[in-house]
Design a protein around this ligand. Structure first.
Ligand code: CP
Ligand code: NVA
Length: 339
């Protein structure tokens, strides 16, 4: 019996652009196979008899539904272990919980508070661990964002008629390079995951955050080193207009992440002027066909209804793509033996 160390998915920073493109490519194969039975409907159930534990210390709609349906699709059993239901944090440490849970399941999807918690989990777990959100990173979200960008720009670049799905006919490395993404909002886990994923895929990032809201230095260092290699640019400013100039995509997220509820009043004041609107995009000089992305859940402070529910907004396909990308991650880790 050979007990090898399990492979994890803690941040996209740990993987190359080609590995991320391949995950997106396989996510798209899962999508066409499931939604369009192309090339044929799936009959294999490779996770038959296996269980994935969902260790969530915070609320979730998308990540939970995506993971439970993805594991079910592969024939496995998803077991939701919410913070209110298990001993973790009240009667038992994370270390002990990890050792116990990982001795009985085949994979763990974990939503934690501090990033050090997911690192402890990964270190102690006997089975693969996927980061379902920490205060530093959100890798499965940004994988879904890469997939969504691929779909949108595949369609735009190839003039694909509405109602036709053909994103599976092109590789993401051909569609994503050269895009310019503007972030307007908090320097949070979503922006940080964007910074460690997009520049290495050849996507430029310009981020506007209010004074005093900055990303971790190690994240900035990774983004700048990756950008240097691919020719992408990484730029930080406090001016939303400056960040938006010539961008293809505007992305934002809540101004008050889970766990920051006590800072709400202060944040709402300090983020004044950062709401994404058509007016802001026009003032800043975004490209005329700019699109809008948001990981959800959304509050109207950070983006108004006019943008959020417009034709430019791809937030609902982006949410659906959480399922296909999480499917590809579990398929890679639990079926194929690695990413
Ligand atoms: N985007 C995202 O992670 O949503 P949930 O918090 O609903 O899982
Ligand atoms: N930044 C948000 C993302 C939620 C998916 C949070 O951490 O609450």
């Amino acid at each position: 019996i050979n007990a090898t160390k399990p492979k994890h998915f803690i941040t996209t920073a740990d993987y190359t652009a080609e590995q991320l493109f391949d995950l997106v490519d396989r996510s798209i194969q899962f999508k066409v196979e499931s939604k369009y039975n192309y090339p044929k409907a799936r009959t294999e159930r490779p996770l038959d008899g296996k269980t994935v534990g969902l260790l969530f210390s915070k609320r979730s709609t998308r990540t939970r539904v995506a993971t439970e349906t993805a594991v079910g699709y592969l024939g496995g059993n998803a077991m939701f272990l919410g913070g209110q239901d298990i001993q973790l944090g009240v009667n038992e440490s994370l270390l002990d919980t990890t050792r116990v849970v990982s001795s009985m399941v085949d994979g763990i999807m974990a939503r934690v508070g501090g990033h050090h918690e997911i690192e402890t989990l990964a270190k102690e777990s006997a089975v693969p661990v996927v980061n379902a959100l920490s205060d530093k990173y959100h890798p499965t979200q940004i994988l879904a964002d890469l997939m969504t960008l691929h779909e949108v720009y595949h369609n735009k670049k190839n003039n694909v008629p509405a109602g036709v799905y053909s994103a599976h006919t092109q590789h993401p490395r051909e569609t994503l390079k050269g895009l310019k993404v503007a972030w307007v909002g908090d320097a949070n886990n979503i922006l940080q995951e964007i910074l460690v994923a997009f520049p290495k895929c050849g996507i430029s990032v310009s981020a506007a955050c209010p004074p005093g809201y900055t990303c971790d230095q190690d994240v900035i260092d990774i983004a700048q080193a990756d950008a240097k290699k691919t020719g992408a640019t990484v730029f930080f400013t406090t001016s939303p207009e400056e960040a938006i100039k010539d961008c293809d995509v505007i992305v934002t997220d809540t101004w008050v992440s889970m766990g920051q509820e006590e800072e709400k009043k202060k944040r709402l004041t300090e983020f004044a002027g950062y709401q994404v609107t058509n007016d802001l995009a026009a003032r800043g000089g975004a490209k005329s066909d700019w699109i809008f992305m948001h990981c959800l859940p959304r509050k109207s402070e950070e983006v108004d209804d006019e943008v959020f529910y417009s034709e430019r907004s791809v937030v609902f396909p982006e949410a659906e793509n959480r399922k296909w990308t999480i499917l590809a991650v579990f398929d890679a880790l639990l079926v194929r033996g690695g990413i």
